[in-house]
Design a protein around this ligand. Structure first.
Ligand SMILES: [Zn+2]
Length: 243
């Protein structure tokens, strides 16, 4: 695992140079805003730099080939997008996913979330979507799945499209976000249970190996998904639950 992280870091140097924090949710923390000014990423295809192209040939492992998205059906019990919004994506601003081979976990990262009722959850999702489309000028809410404090797994952006959740790392990458700020609170047990089942579903369906299940901070300079969730992911990996 350590080796993989190192390789990941090397391969990600180009990303660090080109920067681009942006993000209405998880990346909009004081840390990232001061360290990573401006340049929102639109979920577009990254352009490999000469540097990371070179290191990739030397040491980076070949990622599993992306498995085609033949159906965007989610895990059992998935709450459809129509539950919280009537708005669709702005099609001119979203790119096709063209296969999936990794998953990235986020927290929302704003004010702590304690609510579990439907109304508040819907309002929060619409608020995030508005920030992403209006302020960030993205084509849709950035994440594919959102898990609320009650443990509902809610469809965000369709898996048919690339997300906008990790700077320059969006191709083939499913974004799963848990509502809340896990620098300041802990995820609920219901959220953790749903996260686990969602990961297992995605990993099985798209044959994503555990080494390609990341947290946001493992791919870029951010505290996301927060100090109270990061160790839980490490435990999930080491326990073999996700293997
Ligand atoms: Zn994040």
């Amino acid at each position: 695992m350590k080796f993989t992280r190192r390789e990941l870091l090397i391969a990600g140097l180009g990303m660090l140079v080109t920067g681009g924090a942006g993000g209405a949710g998880c990346t909009q923390t004081p840390t990232t805003l001061t360290r990573r000014p401006g340049t929102p990423w639109p979920g577009s295809i990254s352009r490999p730099t000469q540097a990371n192209a070179a290191t990739r040939t030397v040491s980076a492992p070949r990622p599993a080939p992306p498995k085609p998205v033949t159906s965007t059906a989610g895990p059992t019990g998935l709450v459809p997008r129509s539950w919280w919004t009537r708005s669709g994506p702005i099609r001119s601003k979203v790119n096709p996913m063209k296969g999936i081979n990794r998953i990235t976990i986020h927290h929302e990262g704003h004010t702590p979330v304690w609510f579990t009722d439907e109304r508040s959850t819907k309002a929060r999702l619409e608020q995030i979507r508005n920030i992403h489309t209006r302020d960030r000028r993205w084509g849709d809410i950035g994440y594919h799945y959102i898990i609320d404090r009650a443990g509902r797994v809610i469809e965000g952006r369709s898996l048919a499209y690339q997300g906008a959740h990790v700077s320059n790392q969006n191709p083939h990458n499913v974004g799963v976000m848990l509502l809340g700020n896990f620098e300041k609170q802990s995820p609920s047990q219901a959220q953790l249970t749903s996260l686990q089942s969602t990961l297992r579903h995605l990993m099985a369906k798209y044959r994503v190996p555990v080494r390609q299940v990341y947290t946001h901070r493992e791919l870029g300079p951010t505290v996301c998904p927060g100090r109270n969730l990061q160790p839980r992911i490490a435990s999930l990996r080491s326990s073999g639950i996700l293997a």
